[in-house]
Ligand binder design. Structure first.
Ligand code: SD4
Length: 333
């Protein structure tokens, strides 16, 4: 059996190589680039690319990418098609941040379609960073966001089926698949962009874990857990079981590891190792995935278990989907 240390080192190298854009030289300015979690990240990137390709800002681009996922994508963990909580309520979490440290977020937002845009309004129109629940909804309506019933008949049906057992098992997630985080088990949209001026921004949007307790807040709206951006260093976002990201201030950790000189892939890998060290038993079944881009546009990712893919989009390719094929060896934990 592979010794744990050598496995980790091999994994870091494998993902590091994957993280470099094909044909790119380290240090060469790659121009605008956007990366997103999961295979639906291709669609989010393309929505964001319209902004970036026209010379728009990274901040506008990530908002557009996240809005695409919230409305166009029909997925049980993002936006209008999200699965509800234990009480049948669909509540959304989102955050947005730029590389100058400006940020906003909303949590447990109900009946408002675009939490990412409400988060941006929190950032731009209030002295606060985060609004939750009824207050977030009230603020959204004051800003002109329409209130609408979002729970789809399919999500309601899934909730009613779940009520028969009412068992909360985040490791197998909404679709109750046995492999944590496999490609049928799509998660949160995390999106990171670098614009033509080299400015960075990120956004994260989700309906959170299906069947969560009413009022549960995941990592996605928590700055530093599900998202962190710093123009001096890079940006990181996360998907998977959010409690692990919050426990480890994980996206902040990834950015800080890049600040210390790690590549994006190495930083993601080391953050995964930290998650495992803290809770080795839980890590056997929970999925945790990190995606990062440094200020030079180099991209890297790492997941605790197989199944995580991410999408990269720049002037050369708009539909590049990459497998974060290196996986932490849970046998070694
Ligand atoms: C959360 N990280 O709320 C998010 C959602 C997710 O699988 O990725 N779900 O914990």
């Amino acid at each position: 059996m592979t010794d744990r240390r050598s496995f980790l080192q091999a994994g870091a190298l494998a993902v590091g190589a994957l993280g470099l854009p094909r044909g790119a030289r380290a240090g060469a300015d790659p121009g605008p680039r956007v990366v997103s979690t999961w295979d639906f990240g291709v669609g989010a990137n393309q929505a964001a690319w319209k902004t970036l390709a026209g010379g728009g800002s990274a901040l506008d681009a990530v908002e557009q990418g996240a809005r695409w996922a919230e409305s166009e994508l029909c997925n049980p963990t993002v936006g209008r098609c999200g699965n509800p909580d234990r009480d049948g309520v669909l509540s959304l979490d989102a955050s947005i941040m730029d590389g100058d440290g400006r940020c906003g977020s909303v949590a447990a937002l109900v009946d408002i379609l675009h939490p990412v845009s409400v988060a941006r309004q929190v950032m731009e129109k209030t002295p606060h960073v985060m609004l939750v629940g009824q207050g977030a909804q009230q603020f959204a309506m004051e800003q002109g966001f329409p209130r609408e019933k979002l729970l789809t008949p399919a999500a309601e049906q899934a909730w009613k089926a779940w009520l028969k057992t009412a068992e909360y098992a985040p490791q197998i997630n909404a679709e109750r698949r046995s492999i944590p985080g496999d490609s049928s088990n799509h998660d949160t949209l995390g999106i990171l962009a670098r614009d033509a001026q080299g400015r960075l921004a990120g956004a994260c949007t989700t309906s959170g874990m299906a069947w969560k307790l009413h009022g549960r807040v995941g990592d996605s709206p928590v700055i530093g857990a599900g998202l962190y951006v710093d123009n001096e260093v890079g940006a990181a976002t996360a998907s998977g079981v959010g409690e692990e990201m919050i426990r480890n201030a994980a996206s902040f950790l990834v950015v800080e590891l890049m600040r210390q000189g790690r590549s994006p892939a190495q930083a993601c890998h080391e953050a995964i190792a930290r998650v495992v060290r803290k809770r080795p038993e839980a890590s056997r079944t929970l999925q945790v995935c990190f995606l990062a881009m440094n200020r030079d546009g180099e991209v890297g990712a790492y997941a605790l278990h197989r199944g995580f893919v991410y999408a990269v989009c720049d002037a050369r390719r708009q539909d590049d989907l990459r497998d974060s094929s290196a996986v932490y060896d849970s046998e070694q934990t």
